[in-house]
Design a protein around this ligand. Structure first.
Ligand SMILES: [Zn+2]
Length: 90
């Protein structure tokens, strides 16, 4: 497992993960544009919020209250992945 992605083994059903500018995809995820778009959206979030440490600091209360899968950032990434794929198709 690549350094920094060890947590992937614990995320059941994960098709990919992003950390800073690194993206790792499963064989399932690498074939799906929505998964790639989702991870690129998360890279964009890292950039927008000033890096992973700043992202965690600013969104920790949300992660604790709602869990990562139901957090504002994850919701944003899921809601924009189809939009990104559609934009690429045009
Ligand atoms: Zn995600």
């Amino acid at each position: 497992m690549l350094k920094g992605f060890g947590h992937l083994k614990r995320i059941r059903g994960a098709s990919g993960a992003a950390k800073s500018y690194g993206i790792i995809l499963t064989h399932y995820g690498e074939k799906r544009r929505t998964v790639i778009a989702h991870e690129l959206m998360q890279v964009s979030q890292y950039e927008r919020l000033g890096g992973i440490a700043a992202l965690v600091r600013s969104h920790l209360p949300d992660f604790i209250a709602n869990g990562y899968r139901r957090s504002i950032l994850e919701d944003e990434a899921y809601s924009r992945e189809d939009e990104i794929v559609q934009a690429q198709a045009n």
